[in-house]
Design a binder for this molecule. Structure first.
Ligand SMILES: [Zn+2]
Length: 72
């Protein structure tokens, strides 16, 4: 069952737009692309908490762009 909490992780990829395409937020070139992963918190059957691995949205883009998305 989802708790409504979410966790956002921004990870640096090793590649830039030449490899990954333009930033998915502003659609501009980036020397270094970052990867945003959104995980949703849920309660397990035993009452402990966990985070979904792949249910969340993911984006590639500039660090600043992803931070904007993360805080919106
Ligand atoms: Zn951008």
């Amino acid at each position: 069952m989802l708790t409504g909490n979410k966790r956002i992780v921004i990870v640096s990829s090793r590649y830039g737009s030449d490899r990954l395409g333009n930033c998915e937020v502003c659609d501009k070139y980036a020397d270094r692309m970052y990867y945003l992963r959104l995980s949703l918190e849920y309660t397990k059957r035993d009452g402990s908490k966990g985070f979904t691995r792949s249910g969340g949205r993911s984006l590639f883009g500039h660090l600043e762009c992803l931070e904007q998305v993360a805080h919106s």
